[in-house]
Structures are given as C-alpha cells and as structure tokens.
Design a protein. Structure first.
Length: 180
C-alpha cells in the first residue's frame, strides 16, 4: 500500500517537458501574502460601514463646507485656468466630492491597513472600492436628507406666511373678523 505523499515515480526528461503547470496570476504570488481563501467576518463588515463614516465626513467637509471655501475657490480657479490637463485635473480633485473621497479612502487604508475578504493585496483593492461606494452612499443619503429638510422648512415658511396674511386680513376687516 503506497501513500501518495511518500510514493514517487521517475519520469524521463521528455515527459516532463510536456507537462502543463497551471499559470497563476501575479497577485497570487506568495510574496504578496496570498492565502487562496476568502474570509469575510462580521468585524470586516462593521469596519466597512464604520470606516466609511469619517471618509464621507472629511470629503464633505473639504468639498462643501465654509471652512475650506478659500482653498476650494482657489482650486476651482486653478482647475479652470491652468494650461496643463494634468494640472487642471489635479486641482479638480479637491472640488469634486466623489473624486476626493477616493483620496481620503486611500489615506485611511494606508493608516488603518483595513482589508476586506482577502488577507493579501486583493483585500486592499476590494476594501478601497467598497469603502468609496459606502462613503458615497452616505454622502448621497446626507444630501437627500438635507434637501428634504430644506424643502420642508420652505413649505412651513410658506404656510406661516399664508396664516399671517389671513390673520392680518381678519384684523383689518371692517366687521372685526366676525364675517357678519
């Protein structure tokens, strides 16, 4: 009885030259930490949704809020007036919330070392695009909520103006608002 680990066979040089070895992609190289297993844990899922919050917050603050207005206006001017295409695109990155979220995500991946599903370089790649997606989902959700609140506020103001107008008409009417 032979064990497959201990048995071997001698082949000629000619037979070995025709053997086909599977070709592995470069990202599966052992030096990149390839394990071959997909591992998705609840900590990774929670980390995805939690780590996307500061990414969205920073991207929103830099691109829209008043505190960064002067640098943003300078970048907007440079993105329109520079002669080189690459220079214009570089400055545009600081005025586009979607574009800027990619750079913020890259910064957070470097700082935290967060990986998603794989322990090798593929984990960084999947984490990068997943974080950008979730962060932009948060940004869009925030924008939609803010828009709805603004429209509700304007609706309430219009109703208050109508009520005030009716009240002033009633007070200035000759019969004192009794309608008789």
């Amino acid at each position: 009885m032979s064990n497959s680990l201990t048995s071997f066979s001698v082949t000629s040089r000619r037979e070995r030259s025709f053997s086909i070895r599977p070709i592995r992609p470069f990202w599966t190289a052992p030096c990149l930490g390839y394990t071959g297993r997909v591992q998705l844990t609840w900590q990774q899922i929670v980390g995805l949704f939690v780590l996307a919050i500061p990414i969205a917050c920073i991207a929103r603050t830099v691109v829209f809020e008043e505190i960064f207005r002067e640098p943003r206006e300078w970048c907007q001017n440079k993105s329109k007036t520079c002669h080189s295409l690459m220079t214009r695109k570089f400055f545009y990155l600081f005025t586009c919330e979607y574009c800027f979220s990619h750079w913020v995500t890259l910064f957070f991946l470097i700082v935290t070392g967060y990986k998603l599903m794989y322990a090798d370089a593929r984990g960084y790649l999947i984490a990068f695009f997943s974080l950008v997606f979730v962060a932009n989902f948060y940004l869009n959700l925030y924008s939609r909520i803010r828009l709805e609140l603004t429209s509700e506020k304007k609706s309430i103001e219009e109703k208050e103006k109508k009520i005030e107008k009716i009240e002033t008409e009633l007070q200035t009417s000759p019969d004192g608002g009794n309608g008789r």
